[in-house]
Ligand binder design. Structure first.
Ligand code: ADP
Ligand code: MG
Length: 352
């Protein structure tokens, strides 16, 4: 997930082939790419290791799904705009979203906390109240964790889930000729955060701020798409549409085009975006933390997906199409001009 708070200074380096390379040069995803090469797995029951929304381990007809996400104070959140109750809800929601992106069923979670020594007990109890609310809503149980003293508040959740082996949707299944779809609307959370930062406690657009503080994981939608096998690949939009599309394309070995004017924008987003940007699209394309589902499906699934959107009261928008890899990835403007934005989305080591 992206960091949205104060920018942390980072000049770490890694020694690679005798050369000092900074994380700034390779970025978060360049680092993960290298870790993946260093740590080749050996167990044959491992269906998916590094490289998807969750790891998948074969367990008979069911597969075990495992995902983890970390939230660090000053990087992912700032206590001046998020209260402990919402923080608890959000910490679980971001993990639930990764299980949603596989079409899986979330089951159990562990939580590890790094706590500053002056933190009041009332803060922790409110945090657990938020956590419990989301846990009850999605029928997941807390089964353990770890607690430590820390200079800043750190929250790490590891969520376990399950799914039918043949129904799971990976980032790697997109095929040339598939349509590209996204659920809900994009950019609301990033704009909500910008407005929170700009306006502080002054009243702002509730829907946008709510989308940032209290994202709702698309578990039901993910499961429905997976159960019917209507899609070929899926990912959740946590770091921004462009960057998450590029992950899906990379894992599938394909290219894509997205039509800019098809990007779904909420009424509230359209109303408030002029206060921060003349062009509505950059934030919708690269702002993170929407926690919507991005997926590909053969064109003949269009009507079924429209019916599903109606029955779940969740918008599903056809935003682009999958192309051969050699055609790359680009956005098409309303006037037909193609471009690839220079800023893709959030990268922990490149965003400052
Ligand atoms: P998401 O945005 O869905 O949470 P990430 O972009 O954080 O996914 O991670 C992409 C992949 O890299 C995932 O498979 C994740 O488990 C893996 N990953 C991330 N950080 C590390 C790390 N430090 N070591 C090993 N694997 C990692
Ligand atoms: Mg994800």
């Amino acid at each position: 997930m992206p960091a949205c708070g104060r920018q942390a200074l980072c000049e770490f380096g890694i020694l690679l082939e005798g050369q000092m390379i900074s994380l700034r040069e390779i970025g978060e995803f360049g680092l993960i790419h290298r870790i993946r090469k260093w740590m080749t797995p050996s167990d044959s029951a491992l269906v998916q290791g590094i490289g998807d929304d969750v790891a998948v381990i074969e367990m008979g007809s069911q597969s075990l799904l495992i995902t983890t996400d970390i939230l660090i104070e000053g990087i992912h959140f700032d206590q001046s705009w998020i209260d402990p109750y919402h923080l608890g809800k959000k910490a679980l929601a971001v993990n639930l979203s990764d299980i949603a992106a596989m079409g899986g069923i979330p089951k159990y979670f562990l939580i590890s906390l790094g706590l500053p020594k002056n933190i009041p007990l009332s803060f922790i109890s409110s945090f657990y109240r938020g956590l419990k609310e989301r846990a009850k809503q999605f029928h997941v149980d807390l089964i353990g964790g770890d607690t430590s003293l820390s200079q800043k508040l750190i929250i790490n959740i590891c969520l376990l889930g399950e799914g039918k082996k043949e129904n799971l949707l990976y980032r790697s299944g997109a095929k040339v000729g598939n349509n590209l779809y996204v659920s809900g609307t994009l950019g609301d959370s990033a704009l909500g955060l910008k407005l929170l930062q700009k306006r502080g406690n002054r009243r702002g657009p509730r829907e946008l701020i709510e989308k940032h503080l209290s994202p709702y994981p698309r578990i039901q939608l993910g499961q429905a798409i997976a159960k019917h096998r209507w899609a070929t690949s899926m990912i959740d939009v946590s770091d921004g549409l462009l960057i998450d599309t590029s992950h899906l394309l990379e894992e599938s070995g394909v290219g894509a085009r997205i039509w800019e004017d098809r990007i779904p924008l909420s009424k509230s987003y359209r109303k408030w975006i002029p206060s921060v940007s003349k062009d509505p699209y950059p934030i919708a394309l690269s702002g993170g933390e929407d926690y919507e589902l991005l997926f590909t499906a053969p064109p003949e699934m269009k009507h079924r997906l429209s019916s599903l959107a109606l029955s779940l009261k969740t918008p599903i928008t056809y935003i682009g199409e999958i192309l051969p890899k050699k055609e790359g990835f680009h956005i098409v403007r309303k006037d037909g001009k193609k471009y690839l934005p220079s800023r893709f989305g959030f990268d922990h080591f490149r965003s400052w």
